[in-house]
Design a protein around this ligand. Sequence first.
Ligand code: UGA
Length: 341
Amino acid sequence: MKILIIGVNGFIGNALTEKILKTTDWEVYGMDLSDSKLEHSINDPRFHFLEGDVAINKEWIEYHVKKCDVVLPLVAIATPISYVKEPLRVFELDFEENLKIVRACVRYGKRVIFPSTSEVYGMCKDKEFDEDTSPLVYGAISMQRWIYACSKQLMDRVIWAYGVQKNLHFTLIRPFNWIGPKLDSLTTPKEGSSRVITQFISNLVNGKPIQLVNGGHQKRAFTYLDDGIDCLMKIIKNDKNICDKQIFNIGNPHNECSIRDLAKKLCALYAKHPLRVGKNIPSIQTVNEKSYYGKGYEDISYRMPSIKKAKSLLVWSPKVDLDTSLKKTLDYFLKEYHSSK
Ligand code: UGA
């Protein structure tokens, strides 16, 4: 099988490529702005990489959609501060550029696996979010945070409609706060430009206070990368076409944790870590959402996936508990920090 991954150097793309090359005989064609996270795959003869930009290398994309069997357009801006500060860039990349790729899949009759997001549920009041029944709930237009969820939601709806009207073969995946090695970067300069776990680890190694937005009572269910990738592999394999025209939440309901508890757990793990930097453990402070993210930010107080569908159709369930997920992620970043010094 030939797999096209656009955004192959990203958090999901690089890990998926490594898994494919290690466990299958498939070929991977990948494009990204850089190959910085692909050291494990770059020399593999079954990996074909182009350093390129989704907005520029359109002929390459078109040619490879035609050539490949399955397409994963993974390019997206996915950090909340960007939704507030650069909403148009989010729309242009996450919606407009991805729509062009999806349309190429329609033209050439190719299967597309599209990354929707846990964010599409927004401020849904269901106890757990169900792919096929939960409403998708957003705030006012001035709350620019929702442009990401809204762009992704519209992609979901367009893809769904192509499935109905043009028989596009698709699967929508909704990762719920996946964490692990290579999520963002410790050197990302600005507060809020990384997802919460990388931000907190960066604060720890740089000796800066950890900031809990609005007190950190909001909750997320964190999913370890390896579990997510295992699920995604089953979706790509698509035995008996079971994933066709389906939406799957890929999350770990057992790993629900408040952001405050996440900070405490990370501080405790860091305090006894052999690779800890410096003597002091930074303090934990509370900040207001407006001062942290600026105007236009609105938060989600909990985000709990229902994974009934992935369990029954894919015979998949996540295995890595929260403490192990945090430890593995911290180990990776501390090793990386020391090796870069
Ligand atoms: C994320 C991002 O939108 C996407 O990466 C993705 O689609 C989705 O959710 C997902 O990973 O499933 P969110 O969970 O809000 O959204 O992103 P984080 O930046 O990781 O923040 C989590 C929580 O921690 C938020 O409530 C945020 O306010 C809080 N936070 C973040 C802090 O309290 N302090 C910080 O320094 C950073």
